[in-house]
Design a protein around this ligand. Structure first.
Ligand code: DOR
Length: 435
């Protein structure tokens, strides 16, 4: 493995509150040194990072890689290449596959396939058997097989007693539960946010209460059961407030938000002319929700930015709005979209160290993964970003098998130019170099 010297970059390491210029030396897959004036050892590669930002490798803790079962939408290898292209060095993959990832065999299968992947792949186990919400899956055995947390994402755990048992059991295991908060009876087969736009468009709405009622229940259960709960794809102002209060009361809850909920509103469904790539669960909400999500992200209520990469084939999406599956593919757009929010100055108080924390250090801490730091001796998982790089979202050039994004054609500033995993360059200027 080549020794690499990253020279003269702006290094951001939220794990040590560091933001300054230094060189970074990578040797034998680990970070060997970080200081100014490091000399390139003979035979090493030097990356000139004068105009670049060097950060611990980005970690996406919420992706759907559709493997096993729906490989026509994505598989572990194409998903990993999409991740590398998007600047991610690691992703955690959800269990709503076929078969469902609810036993050690599927977890082992994912880990085996991960051996040929461009980035680190961490399997998440299902919380209940078959994602049916009726019977707990074998959490302990899946954890031993390598599952890093448990989630029925894509579906809620509707039965409160099952959720309570899950929290208690996971607490004993020291395991994290990731909750998809949705009351299916309130969501009532809706296809977009319930509000004035859904009324005008004549589409069935999903009220904010569908998310908030379930979240409130889970926070109450968490209070007595112990354990740790992470809230997936938070979408409403009310949810932000519930999590803010729960944190103030000392509950062990963390939360994530997606770029699409931070950037788009329900108006995107109207403005795009019912484009099914705006159909996502939870739905794109109102402007007041969008603003509350940013406020929550900046005040620490929301810990993580995750893509909720949900790839779907055009055959599935090119149907009437009512019949299209929910989901937006985000691995190759999340970082450019977030960098553009920063560089445009649209979001007052948004800084690069905040973005790096939300996309690397915080997910590593929450899932208990290596990474999220530039500390000497740690694995050399590094993302190098050009914050001024002009970038147009063109799904036709994606490494993902799917193309479902409402952001196609957007012109942005900022993109990853190198993705380094375990000391190996896996993406250089958009080209995947893992094979
Ligand atoms: O929009 C979504 N798509 N939300 C989810 O929770 C699941 C996901 C999927 O698996 O397609």
């Amino acid at each position: 493995m080549k020794t690499i010297l990253i020279k003269g970059g702006r290094l951001i390491d939220p794990s040590r509150n560091f933001d300054g210029r230094a060189d970074l030396l990578i040797k034998d897959g680990v970070i060997e040194g970080m200081k100014n004036g490091l000399k390139a050892p003979s035979g090493s590669e030097t990356i000139d990072a004068q105009n670049l930002v060097v950060m611990p490798g980005l970690i996406d803790m919420h992706v759907h890689l559709r493997d096993p079962g729906y490989e026509y939408k994505e598989d572990i290898i194409t998903g990993s290449r999409a991740a590398a292209a998007g600047g991610f060095t690691a992703v955690a993959t959800m269990a709503n596959t076929d078969p469902v990832g609810d036993d050690p065999t599927t977890i082992c299968y994912i880990r085996e396939r991960a051996g040929s992947a461009a980035v680190r792949i961490y399997p998440l186990g299902a919380l209940t058997k078959g994602l049916e919400g009726k019977e707990l899956a074998e959490l302990g055995r899946m954890k031993s097989a390598g599952a890093v947390a448990f989630s029925d994402d894509g579906k809620p755990v509707f039965n409160g007693m099952i959720m309570r048992n899950a929290l208690q059991y996971a607490a004993g295991l020291g395991a994290l539960i990731i909750a998809h908060e949705e009351d299916p009876y309130l969501a009532a087969k809706g296809t977009m946010h319930e509000g004035s736009v859904s009324s005008v468009l004549g589409l069935r709405g999903i009220p904010s209460a569908a998310e908030e009622a379930m979240l409130a229940r889970d926070l109450m259960l968490l209070e007595t059961s112990g354990g740790r709960l992470h809230i997936a794809h938070v979408s409403t102002a009310g949810s932000v407030e519930l999590i803010r209060r729960a944190k103030a009361e000392g509950l062990k809850v963390t939360a994530e938000v997606t770029p699409h909920h931070l950037i788009l509103t329900d108006r995107a469904v109207k403005n795009s002319g019912y484009n099914t790539n705006t159909k996502v669960n939870p739905p794109l909400r109102a402007e007041s929700d969008r603003q509350a999500l940013w406020a929550g992200l900046l005040d620490g209520t929301i810990d993580v930015i995750a893509s909720d990469h949900a790839p779907h084939h055009s055959d599935d999406k090119d149907v009437e709005f009512d019949f299209a599956p929910f989901g937006i593919a985000g691995l190759e757009t999340t970082l450019p979209l977030m960098l553009d929010e920063y560089s445009s100055g649209r979001i007052k108080d948004l800084t690069l160290p905040i973005l790096v924390d939300k996309m690397s250090t915080a997910p590593a801490r929450i899932l208990g993964l290596e990474g999220g730091t530039l500390q000497e001796g740690g694995a050399a998982d590094i993302t190098i970003v050009d914050p001024d790089r002009s970038f147009i979202i063109n799904p036709e050039t994606w490494h993902s098998k799917s193309r479902n994004t409402p952001f196609a054609g957007r012109q942005l500033n900022g993109a990853a130019v190198f993705t380094i995993v375990g000391g190996k360059v896996v993406m250089r200027e958009g080209v995947i170099t893992d094979q």
